[in-house]
Design a protein around this ligand. Sequence first.
Ligand code: APR
Length: 232
Amino acid sequence: MTKIVILTGAGISAESGLGTFRDTDGLWSQYRIEDVATPEAFARNPALVQAFYNLRRDTAARAQPNAAHQALARLQRDWRGDVVIVTQNVDSLHEVGGATDVLHMHGTLAGALCGACNHRWTAPPSMAPDEPCPACAAPAARPDVVWFGEMPYHMDEILTHLASADLFASIGTSGEVYPAAAFVQDAHASGARTIELNLEPSAVTSAFDDIRIGPASEAVPLWVDELLQKQN
Ligand code: APR
């Protein structure tokens, strides 16, 4: 049965009120990546980095999944084959919207990670610059997110899924950040059909077989309806 692998980015959560990164007014027009999203930034100024993620954690906790998250959860439930969601997003809106099989390749705001002993636990709503690890007591707790210069999570598993995918979809991502931007090539190499759903053409649009332009809350439910109808 057809296996579907779906990559999502900030655009799928935009209509839930979470800012994207590279659009006008995006997060990276308000903050410099090297000030808030690198291991060096955290070493230099943990207070600024924790404050940045505390604010994002608070905003994400108030957000609700939109019709696009819900449509993907419906696809996972009703499709008679595997549907794997790989997200670059650190919010939990796929899971809140009912999705079950979600790989967070850039980590999650809901998690904390000890920089000293690698223990992981549920992040408190707000983390202090010298937040202690509950396991080893080192004042080295950080958000369990992947910063620039760090290795994304679950890569072996993701590449294995892409190697057996029949259909690959990329939703709401600019195609500017690797390795996710290369997944379309990986999927093609394994013979999958590929489709991009985005508000505008991405940096890697030309690599896709199909493209649907529009807001995720409209384009994704329509695409899911089409797939489910074809299956019946
Ligand atoms: N519906 C669909 N797409 C949208 C919508 C929407 N309502 N709003 C914006 N978009 C599209 C934009 O056109 C853009 O192409 O979503 C994309 C968002 O791109 P980015 O801001 O670059 O976000 P993303 O691709 O997820 O960034 C990748 O970069 O900074 C890092 O770690 C961060 O995971 C993030 C990674």
